[in-house]
Design a binder for this molecule. Structure first.
Ligand SMILES: [Zn+2]
Length: 72
């Protein structure tokens, strides 16, 4: 499985930064149907570094399809 590069944390919603919504398609996630991408560190310009916990849909194909729909 290829690892996709995460979107910049500054462009994500609070729900996405907290792991409540998929970082790519923004769908609300439920336990068991999501993929934990591990703790990430963000260092905003001029700010203090902090941890965030990106999560994504477990179904990558469905996720990509939803993401493509939103990009239209
Ligand atoms: Zn998704």
């Amino acid at each position: 499985m290829t690892t996709r590069e995460l979107p910049p944390v500054s462009e994500l919603t609070e729900q996405q930064q907290r792991g409540w919504s998929c970082i790519w398609c923004r769908t609300a996630l439920t336990v068991g149907e999501d993929r934990d991408l591990g703790e990430k560190r963000a260092r905003p310009e001029g700010g203090a570094a902090y941890s965030w916990f990106p999560r994504a849909c477990s179904d990558a194909a469905a996720c990509a399809a939803r993401e493509a729909e939103q990009a239209l």
